[in-house]
Design a protein around this ligand. Sequence first.
Ligand code: NAD
Length: 477
Amino acid sequence: MTNSNSEHAATGLDTRPAPRISVIGTGYLGATHAAAMAEMGFDTIGVDVDPSKLAALAAGEVPFYEPGLPELITKHVASGKLRFTADLAEAVASSDVHFICVGTPQRAGSHAANLSYVESATRSVAEHLTHPGLIVGKSTVPVGTAARLRALVAEFSPAGIDVELIWNPEFLREGKAVEDTLHPDRLVWGGASAAADAVIREVYAAPIAEGTPVIATDLPTAELVKVSANAFLATKISFINAISELCDIAGADVTTLADALGHDVRIGRKFLNAGLGFGGGCLPKDIRALMHRSSELGANRVVGLMQQVDEINMGQRQRVIDMAIEAAQGSVLNRRIAVIGAAFKPLTDDVRDSPALNVAAALHLRGAQVSLWDPEAMETAKRSFPTLTYAESMEAAVEGADMVLVLTEWDDIVQADPSSLRALVGRAIVIDARNCIPVTDWVKAGWSVRSLGRTASVAGAPVSIAAGTNDLMATSR
Ligand code: NAD
């Protein structure tokens, strides 16, 4: 891929042949965006305040797991298209379009987003402008943030320098970040003048040429598109998880139900997997920030809806903890529990607000001997929860276990041979908290399988509502 290399002097923002790019914040979003910009042919410079992250990236090493990203960064550090610096002034002076990609985590003691990083990064870019530029916000922010940032830019940018701020939210998925950034399913930006619109279209010329739909809108709509997308996905997950509880009580199978629902094109099958619920660095904090901002603005229906979604989601973690305690006949004290998975989802080593790590830690705190294994997230998990025992392999984790908990749906466990694992454990009980293992094969291999919303099919016999039994121990299917 190459950029159009066309002149865009008409925009008044710059007179060079193609915009040069700075990316402020080189975490999951920024490192991927910077690499993608270089791949699209732009001279790109990544800036961060974390020197160890910069050193790793400059050496072509990505300090987190993201398939395809190390190769792309290595390729463009070598080609000279991509470099990294801690010197924001230098980056701003040598670029024309400045992408703000810093974090917007949940504020301590509040549901609100912590906007201090976005504010500080935007202000620093404005202060260091030496020539006309376009500031493009990509971080996920509450509606109304960009308008406030515009005021900051107006206050702190040098007099006489032409600068504009627009918002261009990012929809990439961790684990598929490179593909999603190079070939996005849509491009959304808000608040662009005709000049800024021309520049951002030039930056995204390659995906636009591939037919990626463009939605150019106002600032609040652009901000809200991202937050609403995450709120909708979270609602879909919590919906099926609420239904899974009913399935358990009524003796229905939530997986079959989801398959049947998914055939309706208005519903779709994605994000309808009942299980331990969502986590990670985005969905939980984004729905809470939406709750907070909606409350500030008096949109109380959104507050109530998001509250329910969050409660159902967090309740799934407790359901799995309770299930483990029940399987251990009332106490997990000194029970050996093998936990497979720490990452909040497969294909990432991200353990931010990970349901898997949350459940593992809760069982550990109740006195269980937790032995955890994850194919990619061992280091990040150890940093967040050093007191758990980390096993060298899946086999080592399950060795002698009284119970196995599948908490992240990695292929390694989905495709594992249940007979070989059966031979290693003390008691062949598995809680499939992601509804991901082939239950029939596991039951055939002698396992008792427990899962969320699948009582009937896992147990192999209808469960009587009248009897009120909720025994999930399976011996056949
Ligand atoms: P992250 O924590 O991985 O990265 C943020 C980076 O910004 C860190 O490396 C930090 O050191 C750096 N930083 C903070 N202040 C800075 C400053 N003043 N100057 C330069 N660098 C600074 O976070 P992330 O997951 O990349 O998320 C960033 C934003 O993108 C968030 O708003 C998030 O909601 C949004 N987002 C993330 C994803 C995702 O999948 N991770 C997807 C879409 C949108």
